[in-house]
Write a protein that binds this ligand. Sequence first.
Ligand SMILES: N[C@@H](CCOP(=O)(O)O)C(=O)O
Length: 420
Amino acid sequence: MSLELAAPRQSAPSVADDGVWLECIACSEQFAPFDDIRYTCDDCDGLLEVRYADPPTWDDFEGRGVWRYSAALPFAEGVTLPEGDTPLHDVPRLEEDIGVDRLRIKHEGMNPTGSFKDRGMTVGVRVAKELGVDRLACASTGNTSAALAAYGARGGMETLVLLPAGKVAAGKIAQASLHDARILEVDGNFDSCLDIVQDLAARGEAYLLNSLNPFRLEGQKTIGLEIMEQFRDEEGDYPDRIVLPVGNAGNTSALYKCFRELVQSGALAESDVPKLTGVQAEGAAPMVEAVEAGNDEVRRWESVETRATAIRIGNPVNAPKALPGIRNTGGTAVAVSDERITDAQRALAGEGVGVEPASAASVAGLRKLREQGRIAADEQVVCLTTGHLLKDPDAAFEAGDDPEPVPNDTDAVLAHLADD
Ligand SMILES: N[C@@H](CCOP(=O)(O)O)C(=O)O
């Protein structure tokens, strides 16, 4: 395994602000973090990463939630609801059924708006305030828009969200609507919405808060920090593998960055870095295609379809960060059918863990990789579930059993129950 950490700690370049700067992952050009609005490199258009002169160790963390990890973030506090500190569930029946040594579910659906996006928004909206912007915007399959609307409202800022018409789950639109985002439904898929939001941002019409924004990923990094601390608190060791759904590939990128910084600070041995394993739906699997073919670039899929609407994405913008994350940690990627996703959603629900379809993709992927013998029985695994069951009530109704009508009478109810 190589985390490509050849460079030890970097000393802060002259552009740094309090030991923080932006750096292009393609050409290494460095930029001041808050003097101007930029999402990609001015020179080569490569993706930007937030860099720190002094990456933190475990002792630097105190408090709860995302801001426990402020030593790993560009600010000490943000626009908060608050977020993070989500449960790491044990799921004994599922663990035995799938056949791994230890299985835990990191349920990000327990964040304030019901998805991990809140972790990114608490940081992203704080940065927006620093930059003095007044309109925030995102493209979304639903969860990003819900989080942006809520955190924008919290910060007293105007929000604009572009959604693929007819392809966003009801709960998510309801959230964006009630939190007073201006909602534009685009006759196209998520990738087209993101193209438009990028254009709007380039024209200075809005501040983009999708995961192309490097500060969003800083907040999402705390998922990795929390998993490592919670897992270690149980039995003193770290997970061998983290399995996660892949849409725009922000979490894969953020977790990889989290582990690189921990290794860099000496808080984590390179041999203890979990293998990042991405799961996509078969109908939207450009990252899996690239991993399987050994390609360095991800081909944009123009046509995508899956019941797991949160990962219905054909052009993952963070692919140049996420592909090395999967490869350099010794992980892999796998595509699963919608049927497998629904089965996994039911299995999680049977353990009391309610998730939306895209979230269940992680468990579906783990099961498939075990069946194929690509994951060993002695592995300790964390599956990330990204959004709450109530995000997509229609999918939950379809996966669950129908209510049974009964008369308004106790004896009739007992007769009905005995009838089974
Ligand atoms: N599933 C996402 C798609 C956008 O991803 P982002 O992390 O780049 O904002 C959503 O909820 O909209």
